[in-house]
Write a protein that binds this ligand. Structure first.
Ligand code: ATP
Length: 736
């Protein structure tokens, strides 16, 4: 503004009434324009005008509640009055009149008498939103001796800020609106409203003379002292901030170069102040009064900062909070505030995002795209729908593990032990996996092959995949491909689509946070096909070691190197896997288990696992091998062990119920206590079945449909069966 000497604002200004806050001279703010009048102003004045003058508009703060603000222009040119009998009527009746009994007063006598104390009283009762922005004058009319009758005269705040529209951005979403970036130049007073439609234009009187600031004549007397105190307070405030932040350093320099008269406006727009306080500063046409109004606000901010520094030691990562002042540039840049609480993220989040982009260690191509998007983002108003899309994109890009990988801790002996511990049998499969791991140990950049475990359900294909990840010390991620029939599930959507997202591969990488996890592509044989494309075809690129170093997800639109990812696929059959996909994988058949193997798997893995799952100890429940064999041969018919595990789970639940009930297995109740050895322990075949509600029934009963049904169903049913059995007296048969 200092260089603006000689600029005179036009004597006629179009008026923009805004709810967005109070524009003070020397500050810049964004104003959202969506009312019909304001839209008209933008269209016919800002967008059509060609001269500098046409970009200067008058901004009138309209702090009435926007919800209750009608399309009507605030009564700029009307005398709006209310009557109050000072003696008899209570204030609420004033309020009512204030709101509903307004009328046009044609004649009035006497001069304006502003009764300040009355205004203050009233201000407490009128919602601030409603009152603020209105200048209130009270006229005493009629017989001056009848002072009880008061006429209130309201006229809208006639002081506003002439502003230069620096940027106009329009959008049609969610409804047509413009966003203006306006820099405040000086105060003006509305002297006469010239027209109201299509947008208000008024005759104005310029209040702050722009050139007066540049003349440099030092004020003396009280004003000089006040301005010096204000300057020192401003220096103290800036000194409390982090000087390494560029905007703070710039502000410090500005404090010295700006004329002192401008400081109240500039500082009041930056520090934490309410709209009401800003209005008071705006209303203070007299410079001395303005300093007096703004100085307490500045002192309050300093005290607040001192308190904050006392209560909270600044940590290095707390510069984020200090950065909260970075609401853009300093005067005449964007309006910025020292608000630390609540909205610390908003203003500087693009700066944070930029930092994250630079720290993400992404390849050059990706970095270039990100920086370009970031540049666009900075220019975009936040209200634009594309703002959110671009932000989401950038956030996704910075979260991806471009060069973050876990270190393999591969020891073949340990791997063998681990695989043996996790899985019984499966010799062929384990041998091949060990070979694969051994080659990987020798050549860490091994490209392929991609292993595909094919076998019936429940034979441990998925859990071997998990074990491999554990053996390698890598992150594990399972992609369930069953039923996937849209290729964008794999490759993502292009960003032009509404609600676009990256594909599962990229999402999985984001979840695990490293670029070398073990990805288990579960059920590749159940991939579907639809009008949305063939996901199996999209997988071809992913699974081809020659191509997957530059896998391009449609959403990211930049290549991501998948060559470090270890892909393992599982399928129940190769018949439905597309040949091209099958060709890229090494198929390892995982056959079903024999009965003996199942018994071993049950006792080594499934029973301990189920006991742990049900909170039981091996002392509380021991399942004899005979029982396991019975369950395998008579109640499960499967190649894998999933249903066997379920049956063991059913037994555990039944036993858990007994223990939870504090059930003591007494001789009278349980004929099997002798087998159990001690009360509350279930170990023998008979006691086990008894406890699970599976009574050691005679062979005929064992074969019966009812018994099979019980074995197949829940513990609840089993308990029911138990009670029937108990009530029928001592049990016959059963072994142990
Ligand atoms: N050899 C084994 N040793 C130990 N546990 C096993 C073995 N085989 C299977 N299991 C167990 O069986 C359960 C089912 O295994 P898993 O889910 O891996 O089967 P799957 O072959 O992937 O089945 P599907 O084809 O239906 O996905 C798991 O709890 C697993 O631990």
């Amino acid at each position: 503004m200092s260089s603006n000497s000689g600029i005179q604002i036009p004597s006629r200004l179009p008026l923009l009434c805004t709810h967005d806050g109070v524009l003070l001279p020397g500050s810049t703010m964004r104003i959202s324009v969506d009312t019909a009048r304001n839209m008209q102003l933008v269209k016919s004045r800002l967008l059509k005008g060609t001269s500098l003058k046409s970009t200067i508009i008058g901004v009138i703060p309209n702090t009435r509640d926007p919800e209750h603000d009608s399309d009507e222009l605030p009564s700029l040119h009307r005398w709006v009055c209310a009557v109050r009998d000072r003696q008899t009527r209570c204030r609420s009746s004033v309020m009512q009149m204030f709101r509903y009994e307004t009328f046009v007063l044609k004649q009035f006598e006497g001069g304006p008498i502003v009764i300040y104390d009355f205004i203050t009283q009233l201000a407490g009762h009128v919602t601030c939103q409603w009152l603020a922005g209105w200048q209130l004058a009270v006229y005493l009319i009629g017989n001056k001796t009848q002072a009880s009758l008061l006429y209130l005269y309201f006229c809208p705040l006639s002081i506003g800020t002439a502003g230069l529209a620096v940027q106009v951005v329009g959008s049609n979403w969610p409804k047509p609106h413009y966003t203006l970036l306006i820099t405040g130049l000086c105060r003006f007073r509305v002297t006469q409203l010239l027209r109201e439609k299509p947008f208000p234009v008024a005759e104005v009187e310029q209040l702050d003379k722009l050139e007066q600031y540049t003349e440099g004549d030092q004020a003396d007397g009280e004003l000089g002292e006040l301005s010096q105190r204000f300057y020192q307070a401003a220096v103290q405030l800036v000194g409390m901030l982090d000087m390494s932040v560029p905007v703070v350093a710039k502000l410090r320099r500005l404090l010295d170069s700006l004329p002192k008269e401008t400081l109240p406006d500039v500082l009041a727009s930056m520090i934490r102040t309410s709209n009401k306080e800003k209005l008071q500063v705006l209303d203070a046409v007299d410079l001395e009064e303005r300093f007096k109004k703004a100085l307490p606000l500045l002192t309050r901010q300093i005290e607040g900062l001192k308190l904050l520094q006392k209560t909270r030691k600044l940590r290095p990562d707390d510069d984020k909070r200090v950065l909260a002042i970075r609401k853009g540039g300093v005067f005449p840049g964007r309006q910025f505030s020292l608000d630390e609480e609540g909205e610390d993220e908003d203003g500087d989040d693009t700066a944070m995002l930029e930092k994250k982009v630079k720290a993400a260690a992404m390849p050059e191509a990706a970095l270039r795209v990100c920086l370009k998007e970031l540049k666009r983002l900075k220019k975009m108003p936040q209200s634009m729908p594309e703002y959110a899309l671009t932000r989401n994109y950038l956030e996704m890009m910075v979260e991806l593990p471009w060069s973050k990988s876990s270190t393999d801790c591969l020891d073949i002996r340990a791997a063998r032990v681990l695989l043996d511990n996790d899985h019984y049998a499966m010799e062929k499969l384990k041998r091949r996996v060990l070979e694969y791991l051994a080659v990987r140990q020798l050549k860490s950049t091994l490209k392929g092959p991609i292993l595909c475990f094919v076998g019936p359900p429940g034979v441990g294909k998925t859990s071997v995949g998990r074990s491999i990840a554990r053996t390698l010390g890598r992150e594990f991620h399972r992609l369930a491909l069953g039923g996937v029939c849209d290729q964008s599930d794999i490759r993502g959507h292009r960003r032009t689509y509404v609600g676009s997202m990256p594909g599962r591969i990229i999402n999985g990488l984001k979840t695990v946070g490293v670029n070398n996890p073990v990805f288990l592509l579960d059920e590749v044989d159940k991939l579907g096909k639809s009008l949305q494309g063939d996901p199996a075809a999209a997988l071809l690129e992913v699974l081809d070691p020659e191509q997957n170093h530059s896998f391009t997800d449609h959403y990211l639109n930049v290549p991501f190197d998948l060559s470090q990812v270890l892909f393992i696929a599982t399928a129940n059959t190769t018949a439905t896997i597309p040949p091209a996909l099958l060709d890229r994988m090494e198929v390892l058949q995982v056959p079903g288990y024999t009965q003996e193997e199942k018994v071993e798997i049950a006792h080594r893995h499934l029973i301990p696992h189920q006991l742990e799952q049900h909170g039981l100890t091996p002392q509380q429940l021991q399942i004899p091998q005979d029982t396991t064999k019975d369950i395998i041969s008579k109640y499960t018919r499967e190649a894998g062990v999933r249903s066997l595990e379920r049956k063991i789970g059913a037994i555990c639940r039944a036993v858990a119920v007994k223990f939870a009930e504090g059930h003591k297995v007494s001789r009278a109740e349980s004929p099997t206590e002798q087998h159990a050895g001690k009360t509350g322990t279930f170990s023998s075949h008979t006691s086990l079945l008894f406890t699970a509600g599976i009574t050691p029934a005679p062979p005929a009963l064992l074969q019966s449909k009812l018994f099979s049904h019980i074995m197949r169903t829940s513990a609840h049913t089993c308990t029911y069966w138990s009670s029937i059995s108990l009530s029928t007296g001592p049990l016959r048969g059963g072994g142990g």
